[in-house]
Design a protein around this ligand. Sequence first.
Ligand code: 26Q
Length: 800
Amino acid sequence: MNQKTAAARLEEKCKLHFGCPLNSATNQQAYKAACLVVRDILIEKNMLFQHRNVEAEQKQVYYMSMEFLVGTSLRNNLYNLKLERPFENALSAAGINIHDLYEIEPDAGLGNGGLGRLASCYMDAASSLGYAMTGFSIRYEFGIFKQKIIDGWQMEFPDDWLNMGEVWLQARTDESVEVRFGGHADEYMDEDGYHVVHRDYTTVLAVPYDMFISGYDSDAVNKLVLWSAKSPKSIDMGAFSRGEYAKALEENTRAEVISKVLYPADDHIDGKILRLRQQYFFVSASLQSIIARHVKKYGRLDNLADKAAIHINDTHPALCVPELMRILMDEHNFGWDDAWQITQNTLSYTNHTIMSEALERWNEGMFREQLPRIYQITAEINRRLVQELQTIYPGDVAKIEYMAVIANHEVRMANLCLCACHTVNGVSKLHSDILTNSIFRDYYNLDHKKFQNVTNGIAYRRWLCQSNPELCELLSSLIGNGYLKDARKLESLLEYQDDPSVLASLRDIKLKKKIALRDYISKANGINIDENSIYDIQIKRLHEYKRQLLNALQILHLYRQLKENPHLEIPPRTFLFAAKASSGYFMAKQIIRLIVAISNTINADPAVRDRLKVVFIEDYKVSLAEIIIPAADISEQISIAGKEASGTGNMKLMINGAVTIGTLDGANVEICEAVGRDNMFLFGMTSDEVEALWRQGYSPLSFVRANPALRAVLDMLTSGVLGARFDDIANSLLTNQYGVADAYMTIADFEDYVRAQNLVSETYKDAEKFARMSLINIAKAGIFSADRSVSEYANNIWHI
Ligand code: 26Q
């Protein structure tokens, strides 16, 4: 396609859909027309790709995830299809600026954070590498909430993304399936053997919507299938006629609420019925569709594991285990042992967290009531598991209970995955080691071959090439275009680490991106920041373990130092935060309030003007990250060691030339291996030291007593000097709440963090040295490509 054909297709869409020529279309209309043209191309490519896969009997991967944080698609698709220029020119000839259209597109925010974005990065990589992968999730009517900060408080507003985002979805109403909830499952025997009837259930209709996922310079276009819930009945006319309008709509509402909204929580569980219904809804619909497709093609199911790999993204889709058993046994007459073998050989599972409060458990009674047949199967899985464990570990009641799927009136989803999946993996070396050494140790001892590591990776063509074309232009001029398909080739950049003109160009590009972010912030926040200051950036979900609070305390310390010593020679610094807090997470919201208060206090203080600024940028999301990340000098990755499974923001920042200040946690460990200790700012306890300090008995007060500067900072939380008081935060650090004070050891790591921050300031004074560190980070970021991760999954787990 060239400019001329692009123009013709755009004209055609405009006329057909809006009854006007392109040059008199509104930007909204032009945006939709552009999306529709791109969608047509993708549909066609997808048909060809699918056809080839069917012919070749290609093994299919099904990626099951409650979240896909897609972000925007128009620019990504045009980039992947290499159509950016033709579209830009065709639109421009009609007086339309393509960048204005990019800005209209809402993010498809169908996820909370890392896990959801990872799923989207992997879809992109699979398409780029030519693997046949279908993603399955829910078509949430409202994605992750929009965040506004009002008087320092986070407020949540609905994210009505379908309004402009729906153009990417293609409804396939004719492929709807039924999902059953509630009722009773009766077992009986007759001359043909064992049977189950499920009766008195309620049905919810699952309607699939396809979103097409392109790959870079690739023939492959895959699909993300999003299920929408619909009531199979229209309204109850009897009730309506009696004037009971609400009642007439009740059943509709109960069904359709399932795909209404994404749960805005991460890393903690809440055990709500609706969440369980969401999980079963999308798992059952997806598996029914997978099995129907397989049977249609092969006419048999005993070869399912040869032709399909079903991947469970965290435990959220763990109901795949009993649901696949159900379909095989109840709908296709397999006996238990054969069904179990197929199930085990087909399913694999990735764990994304070691925090015990995030391990999903369901109340057994609720589970049974909502999903009676699934409960029966799960209970039988558990009965057989426990029986087997009793022969292996006779009398070891504690171990068997720990490994059981059902215990203490709870159904434990991680154990369900551990016993049923052929492979289980963690998402960074450290995380995988912690899994096998601690929470999953007993399963590891039982069958260590099951366990693998696949370190996370990112869709770097989005995070580098599309969000930072200026940097890519420089890279291409220096090392050619090979890195666009093989990220490891970025390493050739190392040749230029001592080339002053290359280092100067890197600095120029960084400055340009910093100016762009400055302008965004000036518009969005009304705060003016200095592009010549160090941009020090912490962007991620707000969580105590990620320790935004540690950063905030360190800023207060710096502020005090600057006030006390106005001649302190440090480069000016701008601390930037962006983060959403789960709506019910009290402490996280307090921390946002604190950061906003610090920002207000410091930015208004003439004594530190031009030297220190703090900004909380509201409504963090994929498209905002794409603006912030290229502008970063310093990447804050400061979680307490042992808690961040991997992190992926660290990788996105690194590949854009930011230097990490961080702990040896998650993938930071591997970043450090790649760049060497001299090219990042390491601080803090290791995960072993954290463990040891816990065992020995951690007392934050002893650290405070030994550090008067820290004491002074903590006093600022409660004295009111920040315009408000933060007693709850101070208490969480200093007094035993639920038996622990400072559960994330912020106080213990404070001193070393301040040391590392001072080193940042010192190092930055040598502009060339800092630029060299930045270059080395870019050059060494290639291993963190999602292409590498997905190849590892394909080779070692999915076997395609
Ligand atoms: C569970 C139950 C009820 C409601 C919500 C949830 C829920 C939702 C989302 C639990 C967890 C999540 C998301 C977790 C997540 O994003 N984990 C991150 O995964 C990344 C990709 O592997 C890692 O890089 C991060 O370290 C990890 O925190």
